[in-house]
Design a protein around this ligand. Structure first.
Ligand code: SF4
Length: 338
């Protein structure tokens, strides 16, 4: 049985309330001086010995100039492996923090510090400490979409790709708190049969995807295969109707689209994933479940502010040494498991 451990009363969001974008962010944004901006980025990237890494949900033009595109943890691992002095993280704040945790000797830049995350904002380090005080000996598993402070209070981190494996590896007789995404938690409980306490958090973008959005696209594209991310608000209800349906992490979607004989896919996650799939799996068609499934925080990163970040070596994201040391522990435990 699951229950919500507590309501989070005063989160401290780093960004204003999200706004519905007025433009179609699946289209390339072409700026009047774009050729010059691109040339400046190329020059500065070399001069600074920098690597530009972009999350799957970034704008098409940002994915297009990145050295690596992927999910948050994959990108941080990639960045830690390079000999670059500077990491420009085209993503959101907790991702840049994770890169700083894994690469303490590198300069980590986040081109717009307002790029936060509604899901990460739902959980605080104090909330985790309170749960641990009520559950001595319990284990805390947090999704990688959390701040460094929250990771520092956690026993294990996980991604959407390995959450099932991480939870399945834990001893059966200890209480487990899974935070902060309740939809990913529901997927883990379904797959493992394990009872857990579940934090009542969700991402506003994934939560807003409705089963009707999925059904509408299925009617319009009857031959298309569904690629659904477990964070989605629709996933539990869609699985009720289609119990054999598999859910895919963002990297899992790439592998599935390559391996499947289907030619068309309905992509049930943030719209930027369509760009990644189109680039990595050419020749197949990818249909966004909804063009409004768009993360405003992710789209705050632009070619212009990437150029400015490289020029000024600001804004930087750093993690205090004591938090970094503690936050590294659950990340390393996760990496040891899978
Ligand atoms: S899509 Fe959701 S989980 Fe991802 S960064 Fe945006 S708000 Fe956070």
């Amino acid at each position: 049985m699951t229950h919500t451990p507590q309501a989070v009363t005063e989160p401290t969001p780093v960004v204003p309330r999200p706004q519905v974008p007025h433009r179609d962010l699946l289209q390339l944004e072409v700026l009047p001086d774009e050729a010059q901006i691109r040339a400046d980025i190329e020059r500065l990237r070399r001069e600074r010995n920098a690597v530009i890494i972009a999350h799957n949900y970034q704008r098409p033009e940002v994915q297009g100039i990145a050295d690596f595109v992927g999910d948050s943890l994959g990108l941080s691992r990639q960045a830690a492996r390079t000999d670059a002095d500077v990491i420009v993280f085209a993503g959101v704040h907790f991702m840049a923090e994770t890169a700083a945790i894994l690469s303490p000797d590198k300069t980590v830049l986040l081109p717009d510090l307002r790029a936060g995350c509604s899901l990460a904002d739902t959980v605080t380090a104090q909330g985790i400490r309170d749960w641990k005080a009520r559950n001595p000996g319990g284990l805390v598993v947090t999704y990688v979409n959390t701040t460094a402070d929250v990771k520092a209070e956690s026993d294990y981190c996980c991604t959407s790709g390995n959450a099932v494996q991480i939870v399945a590896s834990l001893p059966a007789d200890v209480p487990v708190l899974f935070a902060p995404d309740r939809f990913l938690a529901a997927h883990v409980i379904r797959e493992t049969g394990r009872a857990m306490d579940v934090w009542d958090g969700a991402c506003h973008v994934h939560e807003a995807i409705r089963p009707e959005d999925v059904q509408g696209q299925q009617l319009a594209h009857p031959d298309a295969e569904l690629l659904i991310h477990p964070e989605c608000g629709c996933s539990s209800r869609v699985l009720g109707a289609l119990p054999d349906l598999k859910l895919y992490s963002t990297e899992g979607m790439i592998h599935r689209a390559r391996a499947s004989s289907a030619q068309e896919f309905i992509v049930v996650t943030e719209t930027g994933m369509v760009t990644r799939l189109e680039n990595d799996v050419p020749g197949k068609t990818f249909i966004p479940v909804s063009r409004t499934a768009c993360c405003e925080y992710m789209k705050m990163i632009t070619l212009e502010n990437i150029r400015d970040a490289l020029l000024n070596l600001e804004p930087r994201v750093t993690v205090p040494a004591d938090i970094r040391e503690r936050a590294l522990v659950p990340i390393e435990r996760m990496l040891a498991i899978g």
